[in-house]
Design a protein around this ligand. Structure first.
Ligand code: HEC
Ligand code: HEC
Ligand code: HEC
Ligand code: HEC
Ligand code: HEC
Length: 192
């Protein structure tokens, strides 16, 4: 699916996606998943760092079933996957205003960021120390680009209102999976 198609459909995304063969596409969450409505006090209790814009994966990847790779397309081509640019957001949010006051308030921040050319400074959640070599792309190539593959290391992102670190990212965590999947455990693979 191209970006153009998504934008044209705007608010009809959920309908469009449900009309597609979900299994073949590796849908991010079960059809019919509804992201909860959160009050201010719910939001205060969420795990993970407060971000400059309250971007909800449970709404985008969960309820509206936008594939992870629509936004994180560089995960398949770069050793550092990267956070989507405002351009990726504005394609939809030029049209989509939001259905509640709090959604509209957050969406206004995207439009200001776009107008003022001042991208939000997202706080990084997952990071390994500099002395560790982690080729993100190679993992995706083997494990897959669907939400289930990402869940190996990031948990069920499509159900997270706010991103938080699920795996420890410690050496033991890396090595355990490498043992299970018969991948190298050479010190020099992860430490040059
Ligand atoms: C509509 C765009 C969009 C979609 C779809 C999307 N993401 Fe994201 N993702 C973002 C944005 C924006 C951020 C940065 C803000 C944040 O951390 O909440 C982010 C952050 C992340 C991070 C944290 C990065 C870090 O270390 O700081 C992970 C992990 C992630 N996404 C995984 C996923 C997975 C897995 C899926 C599919 C289930 C997915 N994303 C779908 C836009 C998207
Ligand atoms: C494919 C279309 C699409 C793209 C791309 C998209 N969104 Fe959304 N976004 C939606 C829809 C649909 C809603 C739900 C609107 C509602 O019901 O209020 C939404 C809601 C929101 C909201 C309010 C709810 C919440 O998540 O807190 C924010 C903020 C938001 N989007 C931010 C972003 C950001 C930042 C990006 C780019 C990284 C982005 N969106 C990309 C479709 C999209
Ligand atoms: C084998 C484990 C693993 C899998 C599978 C995996 N990731 Fe990651 N991801 C990581 C680790 C570890 C980091 C931190 C990397 C670093 O610091 O260089 C990371 C970082 C990220 C980041 C932040 C990058 C940045 O530049 O801020 C995003 C976004 C992300 N992953 C998205 C995804 C998506 C989407 C998928 C599924 C298509 C996925 N990841 C699959 C382990 C994984
Ligand atoms: C969920 C399982 C899983 C986890 C967790 C995981 N890996 Fe991997 N890793 C793999 C697989 C599968 C491959 C094989 C990729 C291939 O064959 O190209 C791989 C390959 C690698 C390679 C390339 C090895 C080579 O042959 O050159 C490096 C380096 C690596 N991983 C580092 C890490 C680090 C560092 C961590 C922890 C931060 C980690 N991995 C966590 C599954 C995992
Ligand atoms: C699959 C990837 C992987 C392999 C293989 C690996 N490491 Fe690590 N190592 C890591 C990660 C990730 C960290 C950083 C997280 C942490 O502190 O556990 C780390 C941290 C370390 C540290 C710093 C620990 C500290 O407490 O600061 C040392 C020393 C180290 N590794 C040595 C080794 C040696 C020696 C081998 C071979 C026997 C090895 N590593 C194999 C991933 C790996």
């Amino acid at each position: 699916m191209t970006k153009g198609e998504w934008c044209m459909w705007g608010g009809g995304i959920a309908v469009l996606l449900l009309a597609r063969p979900v299994a073949a596409q590796g849908g991010p969450a079960a059809p019919g998943f509804r992201a909860p409505v959160l009050s201010q006090s719910d939001t205060g209790k969420l795990k993970g760092p407060r971000q400059p814009i309250f971007f909800r994966h449970d709404i985008h990847a969960g309820q509206d079933r936008i594939p992870c790779m629509y936004c994180h397309y560089s995960a398949a081509i770069s050793s550092e996957p990267g956070i989507p640019s405002v351009q990726t957001c504005i394609g939809c949010h030029q049209i989509i205003n939001g259905t509640t006051d709090s959604h509209r308030a957050e969406i206004t921040k995207i439009r200001s960021a776009w107008r003022d050319r001042s991208p939000p400074e997202w706080i990084r959640v997952y990071a390994v120390p500099d002395f560790v070599h982690f080729p993100h792309m190679r993992h995706i190539k083997v494990l897959g680009t669907d939400a289930a593959s990402c869940a190996n290391c990031h948990g069920e992102v499509a159900k997270q209102p706010r991103i938080y670190q699920v795996a420890t990212l410690k050496m033991g965590w890396c090595v355990r999976c490498h043992v299970q999947r018969k991948v190298t455990q050479d010190c020099t693979a992860c430490h040059f």
